[in-house]
Design a protein around this ligand. Sequence first.
Ligand code: AMP
Ligand code: GLY
Length: 429
Amino acid sequence: MKVLVVGNGGREHALAWKLLQSPKIERVFVVPGNGGTAAMERCQNLPLSADDFDGIKQAALEHGVGLVVVGPELPLARGLADYLQQQNLTVFGPTQAGAQIESSKAWAKGLMQEAGIPTARSAVFTDDHPEAALAYVAQEGAPIVVKADGLAAGKGVTVAHTVEEAQAAIEASFGGQFGIAGECLVIEECLTGQEVSVLALTDGLSVRPLLPAQDHKAIREGDTGPNTGGMGVYAPAPILTPELMERVQREVLEPVVAVLRERKIDYRGVLYAGLMVSPAGDIKVLEFNCRFGDPETQAILPLLETPLEDLMLACANQTLAEQPPVRWKPGACACVVMAAGGYPGDYQKGDTIAGIERAEAAGAVVFHAGTRLKEGELLTDGGRVLGVTATGDTFDDAFARAYAAVDCIEFEGRYFRRDIGHRVRRGGL
Ligand code: AMP
Ligand code: GLY
């Protein structure tokens, strides 16, 4: 079978890499891909944009692709899965209606209320009545969280420590900071605890969680400084014990799938629950995403033993309930992100990257997040550049291997955190 993967990040490199491990996968096309997918055997980048629905359809039909996997949220929110399904292509990724679970936080909150899913107390405001939003935060007090309703490239959430900060965020959002995405706001209670991601596969009828993963969003060590797309991740996150995973299944995943079904929404792909686990062990949903996490996917897939295409096809063909249980390798996986200096602010692109082969010889897999190949030379091409990933019997082993590999890789201004996995290192699993 041939597969077409849409996207150009570390997540898509990891998806293509995992699919290519199966003898059943003849070739993977990536739209538009990156330097890592360009260099893999039996993998080919197609110079198309993820917005070019017609071009993607033509390529899928021309190459006789048996499965299209849509990586990022934006094309899903714009209806790429609907468009390709109408051409009788087999698609892994929810329809536009389903993608609202990520593309509208107000819609997701409504769904959570209907399904009785534990989440932060919240209220929704629109820019017709900014005074109502301002009065709400004055009444609720700080800390409080202000979220742009729509997709804002990960920048739409302000965790405000004072009422003034919350009010400034409201005014900026209603003033046009996020365009149309910020014309509506969800304002909610600030939760404390540890964040953890559960990525689940669903065919719209049943739902199977993958191993839980814990991401590190802050740019600096000690989980300080501005938030990023993710500076490193590990799986399986021990905070979600088997008992808590069972509760996530019963109290979060199954009710969401049931409500989507009641609403007649066709959802075949990843349902990603971003959770907050309180010190007392309570679980609340912070957000849902309609796609694989990045970088969570890079730490989850190396441990997956079941062929990924079997699971994806079962989702796309609505036969997930018939699949045997998902099999995992024992042990742990660690992924350390190497970023360009300055990220998540301004950063430089086009610097030469050296040492990937040595890093892989040291026992890691290097997933490319923001790179490109130019005349055979590998160059930086994004804020997050590489996800250096390793497995091991314990977290200590996995991180030792990942960091040994990181030390082999050089590029101008490279930046990474030395403390990824601080909660699970020393002492192992
Ligand atoms: P979201 O896109 O909704 O997940 O928000 C992005 C980040 O903001 C999350 O990963 C959390 O770190 C933080 N966040 C979101 N909602 C809350 C909340 N209710 N309480 C505390 N932190 C939050
Ligand atoms: N790592 C967070 C996300 O994929 O949204």
